[in-house]
Design a protein around this ligand. Structure first.
Ligand SMILES: Cc1ncc(COP(=O)(O)O)c(C=O)c1O
Length: 424
């Protein structure tokens, strides 16, 4: 475990680096993957005179979903007002609904998860010299451009994230500063956790961990903020209502725009006085929207109609993971115990291709594939932290898509074994 966590940390990549890798891999594969083409296949795989049948299975992220007809209708018909004046009835209704659902006093509609986390940090750490403690693989720390330092002026101390998304509470306790008001030290004010954990593959934080964390935080007067971008996935996995998880947190940020399928929006929830301050911070950051009921209407539908279907995403992720595990010839390393929600991380068992090269290969369609599978299948995935490949399930992926994607990866395993592509 310790070695794994170290490997994950030392090889942590920012998305920009990942994109560079994809670019490099694309160039490198232009020759290595001879015969692989995007749009050519034998006539047998086309309607006479028609185009090649190609299915795209987009497993890059659960942020790629598009609103369906019911959601678009709700948006078009939304009653709206000026939300900066507090007069948008649909936003007000959504905020009330979210607060009730999360068991919090109040909630605020915010444009994005990134802004919502930043506002939480700004409100909890409002005095110059305040500090937050955060896992070193938290989205907030890795993927939000250091906004808490850059924009809020808040110092971060990290604790090592373990492979299940938790961290060692003794380490956390060691990191708490006790020197205030000694002018040498920042003042520890906030601990941030992430649930489910994105980089670690949708891991669900155990309730026992959250309970112990909260007890520790209470002992030292620290606030606990949960980046619950995928909180509802965690709740579905545990089979509990959100307040059972959130009883251990002071505040939470929940994205409507991921597995729940809304085009925009995040709910930031907590005590009333926290949310009042959050309204001010949101305006300062340019997140005060006007007739945002159009967006909140999608959010309402996300919270009411889209939670139940998350279990379908979880089931498909497991089915796919199982299919990779059973691949013949073996090519994929999967830890089934780590597949808890809608995110899967897997490795290539032989280093014939880098993860970035593999992703290019999975996206490309070749003639053989169309002949063997009866269609071309583009599987979109990202090379990920720690030499893994990440795939994410969402409402745009059907059982047929899932099966086609698994077949494509079996096909690639056979093809790569035959070709014995050399590492570069
Ligand atoms: C765990 C987590 N937190 C926060 C965010 C940021 O959300 P947004 O893209 O809406 O800014 C993401 C986005 O993927 C995420 O996965």
């Amino acid at each position: 475990m310790a070695m794994f966590a170290k490997a994950v940390r030392t090889r942590a990549l920012l998305r920009s680096a990942t994109l560079d890798m994809i670019g490099a891999a694309r160039r490198g594969l232009a020759t290595a993957a001879a015969g692989v083409e995007r749009a050519r296949a034998p006539a047998a795989h086309r309607e006479p005179g028609g185009p090649l049948r190609v299915r795209t299975v987009d497993l890059r992220s659960d942020t790629v979903t598009k609103p369906g007809a019911a959601m678009r209708r709700a948006m078009a018909e939304a009653h709206v007002g000026d939300d900066v004046f507090g007069e948008d009835p649909t936003v007000n209704e959504l905020q009330k609904r979210a607060a009730d659902l999360f068991g919090m006093e109040a909630a605020l509609f915010v444009p994005s998860g990134t802004m919502s986390n930043l506002i939480a940090v700004m409100v909890h750490c409002s005095e110059r010299g305040d500090e937050m403690i955060v896992g070193d693989l938290a989205h907030l720390h890795v993927y939000e451009q250091g906004g808490s330092a850059q924009l809020a002026g808040v110092h971060a101390t990290t604790v090592a994230t373990r492979s299940d998304g938790t961290f060692d509470l003794h380490e956390l306790e060691d990191k708490i500063r006790h020197g205030y008001p000694d002018p040498h030290y920042p003042r520890s004010r906030l601990v941030c956790v992430e649930n489910t954990h994105n980089i670690l593959g949708g891991r669900v934080l155990p309730l026992s961990f959250l309970q112990e964390l909260r007890a520790l935080a209470d002992r030292y007067g620290l606030a606990v903020h949960m980046d619950g971008a995928r909180l509802m996935n965690a709740a579905v996995n545990l089979g509990v209502s959100p307040p059972v998880i959130l009883q251990h947190c002071h505040t939470v940020s929940v994205c409507l725009s991921k597995g729940l399928g809304a085009p925009v929006g995040t709910m930031l929830a907590g005590p009333k006085d926290f949310v009042q301050k959050a309204v001010r911070a949101r305006k300062a950051l340019g997140g005060g929207l006007r007739q945002s009921g159009i967006l909140a209407a999608a959010g309402m539908l996300a919270l009411t109609d889209m939670v139940d279907r998350l279990k379908e995403d979880h089931r498909r992720a497991r089915t796919f993971a199982q299919a990779l595990k059973q691949c013949d010839p073996p090519m994929y390393e999967v830890d089934m115990a780590a597949v808890e929600t809608n995110i899967l991380r897997f490795r290539l068992s032989s280093p014939c291709l880098s993860p970035a090269e593999f992703c290019v290969r999975a996206e490309a369609v070749c003639e053989d594939e169309a002949r063997v599978l009866g269609q071309g299948v583009r599987v979109l995935m990202f090379p990920h932290v720690g030499g893994t490949i990440r795939a994410v399930w969402h409402l745009g992926i059907s059982d047929d898509d899932n099966q086609a994607a698994a077949e494509k990866l079996h096909f690639l395993a056979q093809q790569l074994t035959k070709q014995r592509v050399r590492p570069n």
